[in-house]
Design a protein around this ligand. Sequence first.
Ligand code: NAI
Length: 460
Amino acid sequence: MADSAAGPVDLVVLGGGSGGYAAALRAAELGRSVALIEKDRLGGTCLHRGCIPTKALLHSAEIVDSINDSEAFGIRATLDGIDMAQVHAYKDSVVAGLFKGLSGLIRSRGIEVIEGVGRLVSPTAVSVGDRVVTGRHVVLATGSRPRSLPGLEIDHERVLTSDDALTLDRVPASVVVLGAGAIGCEFASVWRSYGAEVTIVEALAHLVPLEDESSSRLLERAFRKRGITLELGARFAGVKTTDHGVTVSLENGTTIDAELLLVAVGRGPVSAGLGFEEVGVAMDRGHVLVDRELRTNIPTISALGDLRPGPQLAHVGFAEGIYLAERLAGGNPVPVDHDNIPRVTYSHPEVASVGLTVAAARERHGEIRTFTYNLAGNGKAQILRTAGAVTLVALPDGPVVGVHMVGDRVGELIAEAELITNWEAEPAEVAQLIHPHPTLSEALGEAHLALAGKPLHVHG
Ligand code: NAI
């Protein structure tokens, strides 16, 4: 092994996904020298196997829904079919365009990209092939991959991960989706729009169980109306592959036959065999342990994104990357607050939220105030023919601490809700703001008007 000829760089970043490349970009912007090590393609899960390609599938599913619902809008149109090859070409072209842009951006900032599998070999060095790259600081950003359940074997033919589902060359006739988190609900939504028979199996009592119960219930109502079968509070017992597909059995005795089983029971950290333990990095079940400032137990090594315990979201990775680059460049930035992160599940309808659920707010603060505004009163929602609601959670005579929304396109509204909760705005302050008419954003305005004691389009 040869030492890096140029001597240590300021920052060695292991992993070029959302968190890793954001750290690299910000560090370079701050004048630091950066080596970014990536074994596959810059952009990581989010760009190649996650956020971006799944949202492209969801958008093509939305077009199917529009065609199928067109008569309600006075348009006669019939669906001729779904050309999966073309759907994938569209999805892949979106990814390719963004990948080209990202690669150019990283090049333009003078970041050295090293292709290959990096392995931590000391508190300040990572080996890639026969090269050793040394740095004053090392950032571990190797992300996550789909995980399964003990004894549940993924054959990538009939039992799939989300990676397999993204490249499936056909519309399945029927699917069992195991797990009703964001991945399960988004694929269930896409496949149902494409015409598949879909059953969701979830061990907990509700879809999207991390969300406020009111949002889960609205999504359940909408999914049932769309013809999706829900097996809630049902634990997976086993799967048998058959000539025609799979037979999934549940602990409650139910069996379900389907063409495919999608396993969407969470994602696990990518850390095995990468030298972390050997160098002495403190870990827990494969996750690298960090403090609020993303420091590991070794002073020169930090970690971020899906690799540490906590939320596995690309936008959190971006924020942590920026934060870390600034801290390692000697600044004093504010650590990323995991309490106030916007979350969106991009199903039809969408679920979006920020801050505390009603239950969590009660537990933390005792007495709270809530208000639910039904989208039935919102002009734009009626034009779009979407059902849903906005629920606010506020402290008595205090700020808004949680916002929960369900409905088509509500994901585009959550950034305003994030400003509200992060700035600890009081309902009366938000009620002063003018929301353009007719937009979905008025639902947020109306809900705050009501909570401030001056409801407008709401029955008292
Ligand atoms: P998840 O952890 O959010 O959901 C997995 C679900 O599977 C849970 O509700 C769990 O109760 C259920 N489950 C586990 N074992 C089970 C069993 N034996 N039987 C039945 N149900 C069982 O994981 P998911 O959806 O795979 O996503 C992984 C990560 O990626 C999450 O952190 C998620 O937030 C993130 N992600 C975010 C997206 C977004 O923001 N739109 C999109 C896709 C993923």
